[in-house]
Design a protein around this ligand. Sequence first.
Ligand code: UD1
Length: 421
Amino acid sequence: MDKMLVISGNVLNGTVATSGAKNAALPILFSTLLAEGEHTFDNVPLLKDIDSTADLLKSLGCETVRGQGDSQHTLKIKVSKLKTFEAHYDLVRKMRASILCLGPMLAKYGEATVSLPGGCAIGTRPIDLHLDAMKALGAEIELRDGYVFAKAKKLQGGTVLFEKTTVGGTENLLMAAVLASGVTTIENAAKEPEIVDLANYLNKMGAKIVGQGTSVIKITGVEKLTPARHSIMPDRIEAGTLLIAGAITGGDVTVTKCQPHDLDALIMKMREAGFKIDITEDTMRVHPLKTWKAVDIITAPHPLFPTDLQAQFMALMTIAEGTSVITETVFENRFMHVNELMRLGADITPKTQVAVVRGKPKALSGAPVMATDLRASASLVLAGLVAKGSTEVSRIYHLDRGYENLEGKLVSLGAQVQRMH
Ligand code: UD1
C-alpha cells in the first residue's frame, strides 16, 4: 500500500495549475446515462474515483475511452442501450457517489437497481433524501437485500423541498427531472458550483433548467437529450488545498486555472488570519507570511465554508497564533484527522462537532500518521510540510481518489514529498 513521505523545511514558491473538479466530473459522467450516443469531456482529472465511475458505466454497457498523452484529460463515453440496470455492490462500495446513477437510469429506462452504499468513514451519510426525491416524482422504491429497487413508468414533475441541503440529492433529482413530464421545482436546492456545472452540461444536451446556483431550481422536462461536449470546471477544493499548502509554509504560491469566486469563504478566512491574497478571474496568489492569527470557521453548504476544506484549514490553524474554534455542521464524524494531527504535536480538543485548536507556531514534529479519508489525507500532507523532520502518511489511496498528482504538484513548488510503494 502506497505511503507518502513528507520532509519539512522547504518554503513553497511558484505557480501551480488546478485540475478538473472530481465532484463536478462524477455527476456529469453519470448524466451520460440520460442520452445514447457519444459524449466528450475535457479537463477530466486522473483520479481513482473517475476510474470507479468509468468501471460502473462499463458494467452497465457503456464504453469509455481516455485520450493518450496530451489528450489524457479527455474522456469519451459511448452510451448505447444498457445491458443491465443494476449497479452492483462490488462497484458501489468503492465510491458512495455511485448512487448518482439512480436518477438518470430511472428517468431514461424507468428502472434502476443500485446497491446501498456502505457505511462511510465520515458519518452515516444516508441516502433517504435521494429516495424521497425519486418518490416525489412518482417512482416506486423498495429496499431489499442491500439494494435499492426503483421503478417508474414515466416520472412526473413535482415540487421537492429538501429538508436538509444535499449536494448529491439535488444532483440525482436534477438528472431524474430533466426527462420527467412537466415541471419540477427543487426548493432548498444545494448551491454548490458543481451543481451549476452539471446543470450546464444537462442544458447543453437539451435540458431546460433554470436557477442552478440558487436555492430554487426549475426543470421543465423534455422528451429526449442529445450527447454534447463539455469541459469540467476546475476543482475548488484542490485549488484551496494548494493555496493552504503555500500559506502553511510561509510561501508565495499562485494557483492558476481556478475560479477564486467559488472559494470566497476560504479566502475571507485566510485574509482574516492575516494572509495577503490576490485574486484575478482565474488565479489566486498567497503572499509569504511568517505568523498568522487563529480564526474560527463553521462549515456549511455553499457559499459558506466548505466541509471539504475543514481538515486542511485545521492543519493551518495548528501553527497559528491563538485559539481557533472549528465547527463542523455538514457531517457528523469528520474530525478523524484530529488524532493524527495530535500525533504530530498539535494541541486540539475535539468534541462532537467542535474542535478547539490551540495554535502554536513551530509546534509540529514529524511522525508516522494514517490517512482516514480523502480530505484528512490532504491535511496530514499539509501538516507534514511544516512538521519538523519527516512525516510518513500511510493509506494514501484515499488521496488518489480525489487529488490528481498532489505530490507532483507540491514537488513542483519546492516541497520534498515522495511516494513510497
Ligand atoms: C458531496 C461531495 C462531498 C462533500 C459534500 C458536502 C460529491 C461526490 N461529494 O457529498 O465531497 O463533502 O457534498 O459538501 O460531490 N444526507 C442525508 N440524507 C441524504 C443525503 C445526505 O441525511 O439522503 C446528509 C449527509 O449525511 C450529510 C449532509 O446531508 O450530513 C450533506 O450531504 P450531501 O450534501 O448529500 O453530501 P454528498 O452529496 O454525499
